[in-house]
Design a protein around this ligand. Structure first.
Ligand code: FE2
Ligand code: FE2
Length: 206
């Protein structure tokens, strides 16, 4: 049993808070010395992190709005990508992948697709995960020649079962989604989709 900290009658608010905090704290110095109660708390931490994940990702998307160098900011690009998929009657999981495909671009300029693929991996199909992780390489088909990069690097993946899916994603929902005249749906259209997808985990928390 986790001991309940006794909060003295005269304790200040700070002391009461410290006592309460001690009572709900994991106490091990090394993990193999942890108790069942410690790891129940750890599981609860993961559960809480999972609940907070939709807001965290949506907030990270909002920060892409500050990017003024692109023809349209990257939040608008994300919304346009998702709207194009919505209008093509793609399924909800695919639409959320479009919305979130670039959220990690500031964290991983060289491998942002792998970031999106890794974070969404527990919630999406193998095909969508592969598509997100590889879309950066496939996307260079459209501009690699301007940077001295082989535009056909995607050819090395021709034998993948997800090659055509990733070609389609880049062609229809990524490389064309920089049009300032396109009328995208607002974030409120997609927020419930994000929450549904991230609430339907395919993996267990622990
Ligand atoms: Fe991207
Ligand atoms: Fe993109």
């Amino acid at each position: 049993m986790t001991e309940k900290a006794a909060v003295p009658e005269t304790a200040s608010n700070d002391e009461a808070y410290d006592n309460m905090h001690q009572a709900i704290k994991m106490h091990f110095k090394r993990m193999d010395e942890g108790t069942v109660q410690d790891f129940e708390l750890l599981a609860q931490v993961h559960t809480n992190s999972l609940k907070a994940l939709p807001d965290l990702l949506i907030n990270m998307l909002q920060t892409l709005k500050s990017d003024a160098i692109y023809p349209i900011d990257r939040l608008s690009h994300s919304l346009q990508s998702a709207t194009r998929a919505l209008k093509d009657n793609k399924d909800e999981e695919y639409i959320v992948c479009c919305l979130l495909h670039d959220f990690g671009e500031s964290l991983g300029p060289f491998n942002h697709g792998e970031i999106a693929g890794a974070i969404l991996h527990p919630f999406i199909t193998e095909g969508n995960q592969w598509m997100l992780a590889h879309h950066g390489i496939f996307q260079t088909y459209y501009f690699g020649d301007k940077l001295g990069i082989d535009p056909n690097r995607r050819d090395q993946f021709k034998s993948s079962p997800y090659y055509e899916q990733t070609v389609e994603f880049c062609a229809k929902y990524d490389e064309v989604a920089f049009d300032p005249d396109y009328r995208s749906e607002p974030m409120s259209t997609f927020e419930p989709m994000v929450r549904r997808l991230l609430g339907s985990k395919k993996w267990s928390v622990m």
